[in-house]
Design a protein around this ligand. Structure first.
Ligand code: NAD
Ligand code: 6OD
Length: 491
């Protein structure tokens, strides 16, 4: 598939087709939808809209491919293919970063330094990790020996969100392929570009036809629903909203599919008075507003111990005002555009709600002056709200944070845990004992101490409560993407 970006590099992307059984295909129904650049509101291309027909074709291709050359490859050969995908992503990193920013509205500098290199690393990491994936063996007295063998789960449906499109797609695709599965990918409807190029890259790297399939389309009553309902799909790995996860679970129950879920979050960022405040503020700027706050791990509930509350607020507000909001392709830009008009309206409605709930906006809360087109919003800091307010309880998924003072460790732990989410948390303190004590009591899948979004791909990643089901990363990914058979031999 030809990827075209015209001279202005901002206006036109390309038309996305499905990728099924190693070939790009138009929609069987002829249906298309528009791809909008959130930074301008302009149409940058069209996307084929898939449904049941395309999903049926893709699942059939994936099922056939399970027993084809992919199955017969040695571990070494599969590692080489995966490493080659990573290499090709890096070779095309500027192009992919440009497409990612056109689709999402995020700063090009971020796409180029985070999304795309991490996508390549996902493949390099899981390729290397594959060598160390083993199983277990037990001797039962002198009577028997038990050992287990590991095999692919089968056809995996991979459903992706729009916020870190290639990073999150490859985070799941790399271990899924490393384990020998075949896959049908349903990218988010807002961000079809990099998934389409990735299909081309996989083919070039030597992935056999039918192993990786991409079907574009929407969720309900569309490609997403058809994938989750398909009886020949053995597992679904999903990243997205908690509410969507509930719908998918109901559909997947019909054929009892294996599920891995990475869902929403409303993450606490707790700053104790003994913390290095400068460092806490620098990182809090990122954990609040990076990627327009459209990162599931963002710490949107900031709790500051009272002795440093005013000092923190003063500096945090001042630094937030310095952030440059605007054109994703301007190197000075820190915060780009929100994903869509619909999402922009949703985030704005939360800001209005916060005001009705008694919140005071210290900075932001509006479209930046001079940016009349595109879905831009100033980074927004809200105070004067409490644990019962919806702005504190619900995921906004935008550049909007609340800041609240606290007096006691017990009190802040209770507030941090007072949510049905449990994805991540950050604690800022120089007291080692407190760090261990508080981290162990926070109900979240990941707790960072004096840092944020520092990732080691060997570690378990995922959420508790309604932020997810299961963990991925290192061996945890292989546990999900493989099935074990225990073999018991009488001696
Ligand atoms: P979303 O749930 O609206 O959509 C995600 C994907 O699901 C899209 O591809 C969509 O088309 C598809 N989908 C929607 N309805 C479906 C249905 N009924 N059946 C099958 N597929 C369906 O989420 P989003 O708005 O794209 O992403 C933002 C959300 O994702 C936020 O809640 C965020 O916290 C979460 N997220 C979580 C993580 C994590 O690691 N925990 C990472 C990124 C994003
Ligand atoms: O770093 C990762 O592996 C990961 N899954 C990040 C998720 C970010 C959510 O927006």
């Amino acid at each position: 598939m030809k990827t075209e970006v015209v001279a202005s590099e901002k206006v036109k992307a390309f038309d996305c087709q499905h990728f099924i059984n190693g070939r790009f295909l138009p929609s069987q129904s002829g249906k298309m939808f528009q791809n909008i650049n959130p930074a301008t509101g302009e149409v940058i291309g069209t996307v084929c809209e898939g449904g049941k027909e395309e999903i049926d074709l893709a699942v059939a291709a994936a099922k056939r491919a399970l027993s084809g050359p992919w199955k017969r490859m040695t571990t070494g050969e599969r590692i080489a293919v995966l490493r080659r995908i990573g290499d090709l992503i890096l070779e095309r990193k500027e192009e992919l970063a440009r497409l990612e920013s056109l689709d999402t509205g995020k700063p090009y500098s971020l796409s180029l330094t985070l999304d795309i290199p991490r996508a390549a690393y996902n493949f390099h990491f899981f390729a290397d990790y594959l060598r160390s994936v083993g199983t277990e063996a037990y001797q039962t007295d002198e009577v028997a020996i038990n050992y287990s063998i590991r095999r692919p789960v089968g056809v995996v449906g991979l459903i992706n969100p729009w916020n870190l499109p290639l990073l999150l797609l490859t985070w799941k695709l790399a271990p899924c392929l490393a384990a020998g599965n075949t896959v049908v990918i349903k990218p988010a409807e807002w961000t079809p570009l990099t998934a389409t190029v990735l299909a081309e890259i996989c083919k070039e790297a030597g992935v056999p036809d039918g192993v990786v399939n991409v079907v574009h389309g929407f969720g309900p009553d569309s490609a997403g629903a058809a994938l989750t309902e398909h009886p020949d799909v053995d597992a679904i790995t999903f990243t997205g909203e908690t509410t969507t996860g509930k719908v998918i679970m109901a559909a997947a129950a019909k054929s009892l599919k294996k599920l891995s879920y990475e869902l929403g979050g409303k993450n606490p960022n707790i700053i104790f008075a003994d913390a290095d405040l400068e460092e806490a503020i620098e990182t809090t700027l990122k954990s609040s507003f990076m990627n327009q706050g459209e990162v599931c791990l963002c710490g949107s509930r900031i709790y500051v111990e009272r002795p440093v509350y005013e000092q923190f607020l003063q500096k945090f507000v001042a630094k937030t005002k310095e952030l440059v909001v605007g054109d994703p392709f301007d190197p000075k830009t820190n915060v780009g555009a929100l994903i869509s008009e619909e999402h922009y309206e949703r985030v704005m409605s939360y800001i209005e709600l916060a005001k009705e709930e008694g919140g005071r906006i210290l900075t932001g809360g509006k479209r930046p002056d001079g940016l009349d087109q595109g879905y831009y919003l100033e980074p927004t800091i809200i105070v004067g709200v409490n644990r019962n307010c919806r702005i504190v309880r619900e995921e906004v998924f935008g550049p909007v944070v609340t800041v609240m003072p606290f007096d006691e460790e017990e009190e802040v732990i209770a507030q941090a845990n007072d949510t049905h989410y449990g994805l991540s948390a950050t604690i800022w303190t120089n007291d080692l004992r407190r760090a261990h004590r508080v981290a162990a009591r926070i109900e979240a899948g990941i707790v960072w101490v004096n840092t944020w979004f520092l990732r080691d791909l060997r570690t378990p990643f995922g959420g508790m409560k309604q932020s997810g089901i299961g963990r991925e990363g290192g061996m945890h990914s292989f546990e999900f993407y493989t099935e074990l058979t225990n073999i018991c031999i009488k001696l």
